[in-house]
Design a protein around this ligand. Sequence first.
Ligand code: SF4
Length: 211
Amino acid sequence: MDKSSINSVYRILAKKIGEPKTELNYRNPYTFLVSVVLSAQATDKSVNNATKDLFKVVKTPKDMVALGERKLKGYIKTIGLYNSKAKNVINLSKILIKDHKSKIPSDFNDLTNLPGVGNKTASVYQNEILDIPRIAVDTHVYRVSNRVGLAKTKTADQTQEILEQITPKKWLKTAHHLLILHGRYTCKSQKPMCDQCVITKHCLYLKNEKN
Ligand code: SF4
């Protein structure tokens, strides 16, 4: 896809979606990181439902360690994979206390060294909290990018690399949200709603369907 079309894709999506924001609720950088860890293979809505009560009692790594794994599971048991997520959240909280004075590190490698924090979570954190323009690639971003023709890759990490190279500077900060929201509500996994899509003119998937 040429530069002008790439720019158009983001411009048109931004016009439709407006100023995109994370749909996860949080109180501070720590609770945001916990929410993102909990959101792996789960909906933001299910995470918000669980953290509504959890974040009334937990606001810091020390609060989380004091709560303990068993009680944490009680708060998050409606979220998929809650057993392993609870273990990760307790362990990452212990590491934050021990190695980072209870603060969240800003370095990408330090972030991905925390239990449960992979490239996607670290990128989402850097983008949302540190204002570092990263394009975290979840299932929606991966699907939309490869359908539209922004990327042609086999893995999420490759897609992130390509997107961060080709996305105009102006859209680097919001690209992740624009592509997620487009994937979540229009370019759905099973049945993309092409008849309601605003970027049909630029979509490779649609062009191939017609041929
Ligand atoms: S035209 Fe269809 S496949 Fe292409 S981006 Fe829009 S919804 Fe997705």
